[in-house]
Design a binder for this molecule. Structure first.
Ligand code: PBG
Length: 341
């Protein structure tokens, strides 16, 4: 006779709910959007089924949909036309660029019903696609850390001025949280927070995003005398490392970050757990474009039950320790009831 019977806690759905250790609610999800400068544009992204580049008018209707589904926060990524890009990413400071324009419209339409977060990075603004400005180094062209900081700080202040609640630097330059904090405070935006990509790996899973945002590194660069590198390994992290993640967290906390992002999510669940145990700040996991694409394309081919696979994936990320999840599945998951009641 076996006395220990774990199956007693699995007998039916109500019992399983009593014993459940992890929750997934709409308020745990942050929805990313790609925003363009043509107000009525809606261009589907081929590699990301269900995701489109949106002009401000289209964005507003998607935000309405998100808010109705119970989503409390969104992250806006700007998509720039090629003729707005240059070597130093100067359009990042344009107060009439797609993101500041969208922020003003969203703030007016939704007041405080939605938390507005924005990506702060130069890769969508530079003609070479790197997240900072380039300089000539001993090993050829390199991304110049300190020369990139003033532009990132200025970009963040423009977003704050247009209504962002949080700015979210994804560039992985050293010292940018401190530079952005000083820039925000100097411009009077002491209440605008920083959601820092403290732990961002040089990952193979960003490919579809780079299609969507037109931000692949190494292209363009005609204005440079030297060929830019075609990967981001000199600034994004090596996938083999976790102690390095804890070091990055330590630095960003010290520099004044308000929340921390770990990215990607699925292949880095151990890192999410480690960071959750290290810090008191909210931890956000970014379930990135390649992770979304794998699930969606597999489901479209009938290989997976889409709802069950997405739910299990997001629950796994929560169970690993993420407080919040940035995911292209956010709105669908909330709408379709793939989250808890
Ligand atoms: C750019 C940026 C990237 C992503 C978010 N911000 C791409 C990159 O670093 O090349 C990827 C997000 C995704 O794949 O969904 N700084």
């Amino acid at each position: 006779m076996t006395v220990e019977r774990p199956r007693r806690l699995r007998r039916h759905a109500a019992v399983r709910d009593l014993a459940a250790e992890t929750t997934l609610l709409p308020r745990h999800l942050i929805m990313p959007y790609f925003v363009t400068s043509q107000p009525d544009e809606r261009t589907p992204v081929a590699s990301l089924p269900g995701v489109a580049r949106l002009g401000v008018n289209q964005l507003l209707s998607e935000l309405e949909r998100a808010a109705k589904a119970g989503i409390r926060a969104v992250m806006l990524f700007g998509v720039l036309q090629e003729d707005r890009k240059d070597a130093s990413g100067s359009s990042a400071e344009d107060p009439n660029g797609p993101v500041p324009t969208a922020l003003r419209a969203a703030r007016e339409a939704f007041g405080q019903d939605l938390t507005l977060m924005t990506d702060v990075c130069l890769c969508a603004h530079t003609d070479h696609g790197h997240c900072g400005v380039l300089a000539s180094g001993p090993h050829g062209a390199t991304v110049d850390n300190d020369a990139s900081l003033p532009r990132l700080a200025a970009m963040a202040a423009v977003h704050a001025g247009a209504g962002a609640d949080f700015v979210s630097p994804s560039d992985m330059m050293d010292g940018r949280v401190a530079a952005i904090r000083a820039g925000l405070d100097g411009a009077g935006h002491t209440d605008v927070g920083i959601v820092s990509y403290a732990v961002k790996y040089a990952s193979a899973f960003y490919g579809p995003f780079r299609d969507a945002a037109g931000s692949a590194p190494g292209g363009g660069g005609e204005t440079q005398a030297w060929r830019p590198p075609d990967d981001r390994k000199t600034y994004q992290m090596d996938p083999r490392n976790v102690r390095e993640a804890r070091r990055e967290v330590e630095l960003d906390v010290r520099e004044g970050a308000d929340m921390l992002i770990v990215k990607p999510a699925g292949p880095y669940l151990d890192v999410i757990r480690s960071v959750r145990e290290q810090t008191h700040l909210p931890v956000v996991a970014y379930h990135v474009s390649g992770e979304y694409a794998m699930l969606e394309h597999a489901a479209a081919h009938g290989l997976l039950d889409r709802a069950a696979a997405v739910r299990e994936t997001l629950i796994g990320i929560r169970r690993a320790g993420a407080d919040l999840i940035l995911s292209y599945h956010a709105v669908t998951a909330a709408e379709e009831g793939w989250t808890d009641a």
